[in-house]
Design a protein around this ligand. Sequence first.
Ligand SMILES: Cc1ncc(COP(=O)(O)O)c(C=O)c1O
Length: 398
Amino acid sequence: MAESTPEGSPESLLPHLGRNPREQAGFVNPAIHRGSTVVFDTLEECVGAHDIDFKDGPYTYGLLGTPVERELEAAMARLDGGEGSVVLGSGLAAVTVALAANLSAGDHLLMVDSCYWPIRKYCDDFLGRMGVETTYYEPMIGAGIEDLFRENTRVLFMESPGSRTFEVQDVPSMAAVAREQDATTIIDNTWATPLNFRPIEHGVDLVVHALTKYVAGHSDVMLGAVVARNREHWDRVKATAMDLGHGCSPDDAWLGLRGLRTLGVRLRHQEEVALQVAQWLLERPEVAEVRHPGLETCPGHEFFKRDFDGGSGLFSVVLHPMDDDALARLVEGMQYFKMGYSWGGFESLLLPFDPIEYRVDMDWPHSGPCLRISIGLERSEDLIRDLEAGLERAKNKP
Ligand SMILES: Cc1ncc(COP(=O)(O)O)c(C=O)c1O
């Protein structure tokens, strides 16, 4: 495992977590052990492989973890202040495993209405078939969530902020209610990363991350992690990942660790540029609303100021109504912003969306198009020029 790391701010830990040059012939980065089979010297070790400690015990089989995965798991746990973490092959796998680990037939789940859409599909289709009932709740409900708890509510799931409409939730109040009700709390913390928000400090049990986004940071890998508050939660998540045959490629875990090294500087740039672009958009006559947790008008901005150490590069803009041709002229002619479903990488992206299409109960006053904006590593003046030209194209028919 990693050599002891210095104390300090999470940003200063990033270059040091998850590596041990003394065990790597002096090289600063860990080696990748690509493999399925692990061989044993003694009968006792071989037969005992089923009962070992899968977190810190000897390695036994590729799917159950290799050294580089454990380094990434230890790094994520340290950053988030958890007892341990489990890395998996995607952010979605992290969410579905964390949910499956805590739900059984006959249970009830409280899911935030602003959740990532495939999670919604998993709840409605897969969990529905397995006999779990889901209630979607309004993200700004706060301690009022208490009224939605039932005798069989086992999990409260939060995503703060929501990754399209950016409502910031009152996580400490909601986690306190869930604890009183004896339910497990899970939060998707992909937007903030552990650098800017550490939900375990606010009472949450399990933190899921799509490491695919800011942590890996280079749009070249699918990766997820579940960080557990305590060993009991970790054991349940690990056992469920094993039951479902979920693991993580060591090459991908290595890319995740490499991404962590530069996460701090990338995120600071993306946060700064995103705020500049958001402020600029606010002044444009074509814009109806900008949804960015750092803006006072964003639902839950007060919780953002209270609980977060900073933001990231993802936010949304709502435009005044325009026809589809105008929207196509805007988004298809961009120089820097390409259209794409991911975010958190080095390249800036745009995603047109309509929240009304998938939310159950949303008070949405707008009828114009929404664009989610993921800021990459470009400079703000170039991105603003690109957006300005796009807004002009939308107005002017060719
Ligand atoms: C908020 C959020 N959580 C989870 C995921 C899932 O991550 P992955 O794409 O790695 O499965 C995504 C993906 O876009 C996301 O936006």
